[in-house]
Each structure stands twice: as structure tokens, then as C-alpha cells.
Design a binder for this molecule. Structure first.
Ligand SMILES: *[C@@H]1O[C@H](CO)[C@@H](O)[C@H](O)[C@H]1NC(C)=O
Length: 246
């Protein structure tokens, strides 16, 4: 009886392995366009191309490219904080870094660092609202020290650009007083993000909120700052959607 069971298990496993091998050998890569393509290269070891989004403003089309380990030209004091590039669609190697954030660490009133943007993976998340709309780019590994500077919390943060990359604002929905991994401390906000097509709503996926139950923020993209979501009690049941009042 025992032998029979083992034998049938083996047959199933063998069949599955054979199927897997068959599938593996039939997977091949190919280029969609080999003659008329545009090619953009990023700095080495910057993970250029980790995210890509299309973007169009005033009739001009662009491709936005995230490079989460790039050294950002606008943040010399930050080590490899990541960057988002705006690249043309008609010419090779024609990309410019977009100045979503021109600051190094944020400082407290005594000039001491209260966060760390080095290694924050800015550009690991990228979404565009479509034609003439805003663009959101996030740094899910952004670390906040809290006001007392006694913690290191991966709260994550996002930046939104509007008006053809003329104005930028930061949205960090978990950089609140609710520190600790049991609350907002490990949110990694901006692990995913989206902007509605009309540009009015910003969504941020925060997988580490509330003991890694996760949370989604729906934020008024025109909201003034500093943005802090509403407080909620007894939040220990399931994942959450936090909706800022309209
Ligand atoms: C900031 O993060 C980087 C990369 O993770 C690390 O090497 C550096 O020590 C951190 N700095 C502070 C002040 O925590």
C-alpha cells in the first residue's frame, strides 16, 4: 500500500517536472523592434529601467524611466537615493534627470538629520496620470528617524510633479506620530502608487502598515502639506483603505 502511494506521488512529480522543462525550453526573449528603435542608457549600477511610464504634455511625448540606485545630481549629500529621468522618444540617449526633490536630509530645529534618503530607492515606483496630468514617483525605502531621532523607520515617501515638471510636492502618508512597526513605522509607502486620470486622487500602497496588514491611502492630490492621514482607532482586523475626506 505504502509503495503504491509513493509510486503515484513519484509519477505526479515526474509529470510536473517534465511539463516545467517543456515550458522552460519554449521561453525565448526577442526584441519587438530591431530596426527602428530608440535606445537610452542610464548610469551603470543605477537599475535604470526598473520602472517605465509614458507621459505626454502639450503634444510632446516622453518616456519616464526610474533608476532607483542612481546618484541623484540634485542631491549631492544623498548617496544613491535614486532618480527619475525624462527621455525623448525620437532620439537615442537623450534623457534628463527630473528634479523631484532638491534637498538632502530633512533637519530638526538644531540642524540634526531626522531622515535618510541614501538608498531610498526613489524611482522604484512611477505612475503618470496620462496626457497633461501629474506624475507620481516614490521612494519606498525612505527612512525616517522620528522627531526624537531614536528610531530608524522605513516609512517610505512619494513626490508628485505638475505643470510639465515645474512644481513638486512630497506626500509621505506614514511619516506620522504613529511610529513603530505595529503602526506606521514600516509602511514603506509608495511600494505601489497611482494617480487617477483626472489627476485629482493619489493612491499609495503601504504594505507594512499595522503589523504588515497593509494599507492603501487615497489622498486628495491637491491637499496642502504637511499631509497626515486621519487617526483611526482599533485597526487590527484586516487590510485597510484610508480615505481622506473629499
Ligand atoms: C543612511 O543609509 C545608508 C544606506 O543604507 C547608510 O549607509 C548610512 O549609514 C545611513 N545614514 C544614517 C545617518 O543613518
Amino acid at each position: 500500500m505504502m509503495m503504491m502511494k509513493m509510486w503515484s506521488r513519484c509519477v505526479v512529480l515526474c509529470l510536473l517536472s517534465a511539463l516545467l522543462l517543456f515550458l522552460l525550453q519554449s521561453v525565448e526573449g526577442f526584441n519587438l523592434e530591431t530596426a527602428n528603435h530608440v535606445r537610452h542608457n542610464g548610469p551603470s549600477s543605477s537599475m535604470f529601467g526598473f520602472t517605465v511610464a509614458t507621459y505626454k504634455e502639450r503634444g510632446n511625448s516622453w518616456v519616464l524611466v526610474g533608476a532607483p540606485e542612481a546618484q541623484n545630481d540634485y542631491q549631492p549629500t544623498v548617496r544613491r537615493g535614486g532618480a527619475v529621468y525624462r527621455c525623448t522618444i525620437g532620439e537615442d540617449d537623450n534623457c534628463q534627470m527630473v528634479p523631484f526633490d532638491r534637498k538632502g536630509s530633512n533637519l530638526d530645529t538644531q540642524g540634526r538629520e531626522i531622515d535618510n534618503k541614501s538608498g531610498q530607492w526613489f524611482g522604484a515606483t512611477l505612475n503618470s496620470a496620462g496626457e497633461n496630468g501629474p506624475v507620481v514617483a516614490c521612494a519606498p525605502r525612505y527612512v525616517y528617524f522620528t522627531n526624537k531621532r531614536d528610531r530608524r523607520e522605513p516609512v517610505g515617501t512619494c513626490y508628485v510633479s505638475r505643470g510639465e515638471f515645474q512644481s513638486f510636492s512630497e506626500y509621505s502618508p506614514c511619516r506620522t506620530a504613529l511610529h513603530g512597526y505595529h503602526r506606521h513605522g514600516s509602511c514603506q509607502a509608495g511600494f505601489s502608487a497611482a494617480i487617477s486620470n483626472d489627476g485629482e486622487r493619489l493612491f499609495s500602497g503601504n504594505p507594512g502598515a499595522w503589523y504588515w496588514q497593509g494599507q492603501v491611502n487615497s489622498i486628495d492630490a491637491q491637499a496642502s502639506f504637511p499631509y497626515t492621514p486621519g487617526k483611526f482607532g482599533g485597526a487590527f482586523g484586516s487590510g485597510q483603505v484610508v480615505q481622506q475626506s473629499l
